[in-house]
Design a protein around this ligand. Structure first.
Ligand code: AP5
Length: 213
């Protein structure tokens, strides 16, 4: 199970990747989560990434490729993984192919999530995230049991700094300019399937399972 989730911000990649990873016992590798942890720990990577992420831009390819190269060599990824947020540029996609061949991983299955922009903005401005365990909530669609507190680990929930309407518009722009060419890259290789990401979480999950089977 070597799976890549591609989609615009707020299309539900993280929500669905966590669920699919849990049910298939493979790691959910989210480059956004890795970068946010680096920012929290004020590592060199975090210091470089923080202003770029806050503005809705993309972190340089060489940094991202290094992160994924190292992560995919870890033992838990040997029998499969779900990549969420990588690759986001054609350079990253090409490099990923080389890394997978080098590691002896099998072929990729790529799912591309489609969600209209107005729904994306509504999802993102009301998202709340757990900075400790990365659980994802939404004030109306997926609220925590106790307002502002993570159901899983009890930490205080936060709104991400890039979850403003202004940053979301920039992230959507970055997706169109830099990541849609990645969708074409995989479509040409016939390893990509489109998934309608609009609708209740359970229904989208069923579509994902059907696409993969
Ligand atoms: P990243 O964290 O990857 O952000 P993203 O791709 O913009 O995606 P999001 O996390 O915003 O959304 P999602 O699709 O996971 O949706 P979610 O499930 O949370 O990256 C952040 C930044 O890091 C980038 O902007 C960039 O700067 C940098 N970065 C990361 N990777 C990089 C790379 N490879 N190269 C360069 N830079 C990189 O859902 C959203 C909300 O909707 C939640 O509230 C959820 O509860 C709700 N929701 C989910 N599904 C449904 C549904 N079906 N119905 C109703 N509500 C739903």
């Amino acid at each position: 199970m070597n799976i890549v989730f591609i989609g615009p911000p707020g299309s539900g990649k993280g929500t669905q990747a966590k669920r699919l990873a849990d049910s298939n016992h493979v790691p959910h590798i989210s480059t956004g989560d890795i970068l946010r942890e680096a920012v929290r720990n004020t590592t060199e990577l975090g210091k470089q990434a923080e202003p770029i992420m806050a503005s809705g831009g993309l972190v340089p390819d060489d940094l991202m490729i290094g992160i994924i190269h190292e992560r995919l060599q870890q033992a838990d990824a040997a029998s499969g993984f779900i990549l969420d947020g990588f690759p986001r540029t054609v350079v990253q996609a090409e490099k990923l192919e080389k890394v997978l061949v080098g590691n002896g991983h099998g072929d990729l299955q790529v799912l591309h999530f489609l969600v209209p922009d107005e729904i994306i903005v509504r999802r993102i401005v009301s998202r709340r995230s757990c900075p400790s365990c990365n659980a994802i909530y939404h004030l109306e669609n997926a609220p925590s049991k106790v307002e502002g507190v993570c159901d899983r680990c009890g930490s205080a929930l936060v709104a991400r700094t890039d979850d403003t309407e202004e940053a979301v518009r920039k992230r959507l722009d970055a997706f169109r300019k830099q990541t849609l060419p990645v969708v074409d890259f995989y479509r040409q290789k016939q390893s990509l399937k489109d998934v309608d990401g609009n609708g209740p979480v359970d229904q989208v999950f069923e579509r994902i399972e059907k696409s993969l089977s």
